[in-house]
Write a protein that binds this ligand. Structure first.
Ligand SMILES: [Zn+2]
Length: 277
């Protein structure tokens, strides 16, 4: 039987608002409900940011704590992954929720351009976030917006500065960063297979290309991410009705390529995570 495919649901992000798609969950209660439906559809990781009451991005550890508590209660076993991305805070505020000990946290290991700004990840901040994750036993998911980020992730892992097993996510389709490009994707996979054969990888496509990247990753034996953070549409003319709808679409692709959708327990085993608490 082929390897189960881990589906990650990026439920909220920092950018989309209810004006873009009313299904974007922005309160903690909505986030828990939306996650629950996404888990029912096949998600085993919930990747989360939190928002202020006016929907602007927040890095408030208290909101993250409420979300974690709700997810543990309503989605038992699900892998909780918090974002340390740069849109919701600056400097060390980006890691202020790490003492809550989520199973995973996203980690960027290099800088690049975003649609309207530079996404800054200076070496000292990367070191600090990595060491906080070590201290709190949090497995990072490396967000690779460029090839150099994959190579840096492997270097950091070999140097022993990253907690746990290496898990790299290729992010394609962010405006002004790496586009959705099949040849580059295949090269990324080859680099991972050759230089970090024990590591796992996943891929996320931003915008309407989300489903394209989902299909490439599933077909190539990796894991994949879907959700309203990355894409609010089913196609150019149709808004996605929910996070669950985007995960269900990825789960259908798993069936097409005869990959079982990973349960939360299988995903924990594949990623070398501790059992759910
Ligand atoms: Zn995110």
């Amino acid at each position: 039987m082929s390897k189960p495919c881990i589906l990650c649901c990026a439920i909220t992000g920092s950018v989309p608002t209810k004006a873009d798609n009313s299904a974007v969950p922005t309160t903690v209660t909505e986030q828990i409900e939306s996650s629950h439906a996404a888990v029912e559809a096949g998600a085993s990781i919930i990747h989360a940011h939190v928002r202020n009451d006016d929907e602007t991005p927040s890095s408030d550890p208290e909101k993250f704590a409420l979300l974690k508590e709700g997810l543990q209660k309503h989605c038992p076993g699900v892998i909780i992954q918090f974002s340390t991305g740069g849109r919701s805070g600056a400097g060390q505020a980006r890691g202020g929720m790490l003492p809550l000990r989520p199973d995973m946290a996203s980690l960027s290991v290099g800088s690049n351009n975003f649609p309207t700004r530079v996404y800054e990840n200076p070496p000292e901040l990367i070191s600090w976030l990595s060491s906080e994750m070590q201290a709190h036993e949090i497995t990072p998911e490396i967000e690779a917006f460029d090839l150099s980020h994959i190579l840096q992730a492997i270097r950091h892992h070999e140097a022993g500065t990253l907690y746990g097993q290496l898990y790299v996510q290729f992010v394609m389709g962010v405006k002004n960063a790496m586009p959705v490009d099949r040849e580059v994707f295949e090269f990324y996979v080859k680099i991972m297979q050759e230089r970090a054969p024990k590591a796992e990888w996943c891929a996320a496509g931003i915008g309407v290309a989300q489903v394209t990247v989902n299909e490439w990753a599933i077909a190539a034996g990796g894991h994949t991410r879907a959700g309203l953070e990355d894409n609010v549409r089913l196609d150019r003319n149709t808004l996605a009705p929910s996070n669950a709808a985007l995960i269900a679409r990825a789960a259908e692709l798993c069936e097409k390529y005869e990959r079982p959708v990973a349960t939360t327990a299988q995903a924990r085993e594949i990623l070398g995570l501790r059992a759910a608490t």
